[in-house]
Design a protein around this ligand. Sequence first.
Ligand SMILES: CO[C@H](O)CCc1ccc(O)cc1
Length: 117
Amino acid sequence: LVSCAKRAKTPNSELAVCRVLLAELEAHQDAWPFLSPVKLKSVPGYRKVIKKPMDFFTIKEKLINNMYLNQENFIIDVNLVFDNCQKFNEDDSEIGQAGHRMKRFFDKRWTELLRKQ
Ligand SMILES: CO[C@H](O)CCc1ccc(O)cc1
């Protein structure tokens, strides 16, 4: 029998990993600052300093509405959450520390999940 070509990763299997990863991020005890959009009206300076706000709820909406073509675009948005956090918060602040812990968790989990594929 002719061996079948290596099956291409269908986009939905790629995105299934993203849904798993997002669920783990949302369940993390340090996720609280990132679960929903920063309230731009109640955080002075945020709108001016952070050009592209992002949060886990917005990412979930984008996943549900098929706005990610691949894993890369999903990973870019998750990293945007953490980069925004590092830009706006001191490293030794509560939220700054939560952001660093969440970033370390995410980096570990997506390499584990993607290496397995
Ligand atoms: C992900 O959280 C954002 O970095 C906003 C952080 C923030 C919000 C209100 C404050 O009084 C201070 C920091």
